[in-house]
Design a binder for this molecule. Sequence first.
Ligand code: IPM
Ligand code: MG
Length: 356
Amino acid sequence: MKTYKIACIPGDGIGKEVIPAGQEVLQALAAAGPDFRFEFSSFGWGGDWYRAHGRMMPDDGLAQIRDVDAILFGSAGDPQIPDHVTLWGLRLKICQGFDQYANVRPTRILPGIDAPLKRCTPRDLDWVIVRENSEGEYAGVGGRVHQGHPIEVATDVSILTRAGVERIMRFAFKLAQSRPRKQLTVVTKSNAQRHGMVMWDEIALQISKEFPDVKWDKELVDACTARMVNRPASLDTLVATNLHADVLSDLAAALAGSLGIAPTGNIDPERRYPSMFEPIHGSAFDIMGKGLANPVGTFWSCVMLLEHLGERETAARLMKAIEEVTADTRLHTGDLGGKAKTADVTAAVCQRLKNR
Ligand code: IPM
Ligand code: MG
């Protein structure tokens, strides 16, 4: 029997609640079939680790998880620690250290979920946002001089490399090609950002020639927000820079009903390193420790994890169980206007996996 090694990093806040829920669901899947099993290792990195050790993860942290098949990540963020420290010290360290350059964010309106757009049916909103995850506005290049003086200067330089843009464009075109509509929207801002984004557009055109069967168009990022609201059905797969896609994916999640259901995969398409899957909701300190967190974002991330491992059938089975559960509004957590608890939703999904 195959054994998949999964590193679990719950991190901070509700990550500590939803990641164990995700493990429970993965165990239930493995128990229901004879095909494979999971071997989990857990890492207590994050805000608590920082308070104890002065950093978010150990110096040899990457080496410790280098050889797993996939990583399941909760969230990083702590009210007592500056956000840029928690982000750069853990999540970006893993994403950039393992060159997980493609961040994939699917959005759909799941059954039973009340989405805010009137005139929009679940069929009209089925998107995947591909976020460049290794450079751009998150390259970390910049600095501060003359700190505290009136002449203080601070810069954050967005870095776009030809190699980096080519590989994310190729990944996005390939993903668009694999979906029924074979349609890609390249999000840009080359009217205002006249160097990097102009190269981005040029490379999109160049890579599009390798995919003659993919229909593609270009959209300015600001216009894209309006298009997502006004003409959701005109979009399918989108590719955008790190920061543009960060903003668009929160809008996408909200339009689909809740940030609590949105999943993501930080993927190394070349499989040199393990890829990392996580809900996008963040640490949500206002509800932590109360059992109120919606675990659906983590479960959907587990679907992506299984797809990445090549377990497509099992992934589809989990997605079906998730959709059956969201369809029952009595199983909605607070973010969806319901009263269910994390444990109720988890038990309901596990139950459906047992009764296959
Ligand atoms: C996301 C999040 C992160 C980001 C935060 C937590 C820094 O918003 O995954 O979209 O901006 O990348
Ligand atoms: Mg974000």
